[in-house]
Ligand binder design. Sequence first.
Ligand SMILES: [Zn+2]
Ligand SMILES: [Zn+2]
Length: 390
Amino acid sequence: MKANCWMGKRKVEVQEVPDPKILNSHDAIIRITSTAICGSDLHLYNGFMPTMKKGDVLGHEFMGEVMEVGRSVKKLKVGDRVVVPFTIACGNCWQCRHDNWSLCENSNPNAALAEKMMGHAASGAFGYSHLTGGFAGGQAQFARVPFADVGPLKVPSDLSDDQVLFLSDVFPTGYMAAENAEIEEGDTVAVWGCGPVGQFTLKSCRWFGAEKLIAIDDVPERLEMAKRESGAETINFDNENVYDRLMELTNGIGPDRCIDAVGCEALAGGSFDGVIDAVKTATMLGTDRVHVLRQAIWACRKGGTISVPGVYIGAADMLPIGALMNKGLTLKTGQTHMHRYMGPLLERIRNGEIDPSFVVTHRLKLADAPGAYKTFRDKKDGCIKVVLNP
Ligand SMILES: [Zn+2]
Ligand SMILES: [Zn+2]
């Protein structure tokens, strides 16, 4: 089959690779009909994520048709149309039983590696380095899906691929970010990063009762989308001081809830700390650029909540821990507990409360993946979300 492979820093290639096979009786093989490039794929592309190997198949947002099932698979059958969560979970361990699916104890075969870095391992994930299990991803014609009775969600035929594909990651991730922000009726919520996760976060914030939304980015098309789709006020950090503007918009109180939908590759935005981060990560003296998180802690109203859906990898420098503590802030984060949200969010799509296809700006062939990664990374050509069709 053809698959988009990681070939080194800033290099991906569509290559001929062996077809996936059933390795375990709980596996299914999916023929992929649609797959997307995610902002977190850029952390791999840009070389931020350790333990990538040349030839790794990328992609963790995909859907398609069940082609083959292992003999222990009971809920799926050949021909079913499914969307697949990016995290892999067994459904039986303590964490899965406590609804903490992205912390599954049984789905990451390289747990020992992750334990060395983080104390404990997160779950397995598709196409996201050997730290999360080294599973082949879904930017391919086919994929092997472990624990096939636990993860894949059957989707009805009257919804298009574009309407359900984002249940694989960015829609539930935006939703959980809003839930983690502990929003109360009438709150003001600031969201840093208006990529697809930020867009779904903004929409979800409304469902939790947010009154005023403030979207922060430096890409005009993304800010326009946040305004158009979610009625957000916008701050372009290239032109405005984010802290000052947030204080202006909140009478000096600060946003009640702050959401960091950017993660480890935050831009400096003219800040001193951001420039130091950039130098450190570029020279391998640091792993993460945490400018947005610092700014969120600084700006958040006292007693407020900071929710972090953005991906971080290693350690943070100069995090204002004193402000976090003395302002009585709550910090909530985590990889998305996908399996908790996919079903209920599919219901919202079916009810017409949301049509997730609004984020799609580019639709290309799988063979175009290398160019698509560049366009997406550089946010050129109004690019917000790319869907690839194998
Ligand atoms: Zn993703
Ligand atoms: Zn589990």
